[in-house]
Write a protein that binds this ligand. Structure first.
Ligand code: DX5
Ligand code: ZN
Length: 220
């Protein structure tokens, strides 16, 4: 299980996104939070910004769609060059079709679950996904407090993933900091989104290294 760090540009300066991406060359991904004011009570950015970001950085884009109609919009993010496209289980009406479209367009397909959504009902979709995102805050805003109540679900997800061959990555998003990352790594996560812990730091690149080092102490 290799540790991967995906800094979230939600906590970056939106007027300087190219520079903010360049500030974390040691990251594995750049996490891009797409919010539509409907699925979550916040509004961020959409396709035009992703298309521009694609050209502005060599980091692969990890697009997290917090939008009401992912079936309609997700394929366009794969076409725009996202390396990974995540849709929410709570929003998708045709997840099998949408996840297959994402993959057929060359991106990794991922399914996200809010803190209150159980993982077991989605085991049937494991053949369709490359990553499972377990939210450790209610989606919508950066800088919220990590929800420890999600830890048992991460453990459950890890054992389900192992039963399916262990290829699916488990990503966590929300409140991941140097205070909490060891707990989530120990529970079985391997891809860590961090917004305020990276872009709130005076040296974002050093923050990525510190988070990675801490997670690695647990995962070996
Ligand atoms: C929240 C977003 C997160 C957010 C995390 O809904 O999905 O990606 O940027 O921010 P932190 O790491 O500050 O909790
Ligand atoms: Zn996110």
């Amino acid at each position: 299980m290799a540790v991967q760090i995906s800094p979230s540009i939600l906590s970056a300066d939106f007027a300087r996104l190219a520079d903010e991406a360049a500030a974390v060359p040691n990251a594995d991904w750049l996490h891009v939070d797409v919010m539509d004011y409907h699925f979550v009570p916040n509004l961020t950015l959409g396709l035009p910004v992703v298309e521009s970001l694609r050209k502005a950085t060599s980091l692969p884009l990890d697009c997290h769609l917090m939008i009401e109609d992912p079936d309609r919009w997700a394929p366009a993010y794969a076409e725009a060059g996202a390396g990974s496209v995540t849709i929410h289980a709570e929003a998708a009406k045709a997840p099998v079709r949408t996840l297959r479209q994402i993959r057929s367009l060359g991106a990794r397909a991922a399914l996200a679950l809010n803190p209150g959504t159980a993982v077991e009902p989605y085991e049937g979709l494991f053949g369709e996904i490359d990553m499972l995102l377990l939210m450790t805050v209610e989606p919508g805003f950066g800088g919220q407090e990590f929800l420890d109540m999600v830890l048992p679900k991460i453990r459950t997800a890890r054992s389900l993933v192992e039963r399916h061959g262990g290829q699916i990555w488990i990503q966590v998003d929300g409140g991941v900091t140097t205070e909490t990352i060891e707990r989530v790594a120990e529970a079985g996560a391997d891809v860590f989104v961090a917004g305020s812990a990276v872009y709130g730091a005076s040296d974002p690149s050093a923050a990525v290294d510190a988070l990675r080092a801490q997670a690695e102490t647990v995962t070996g």
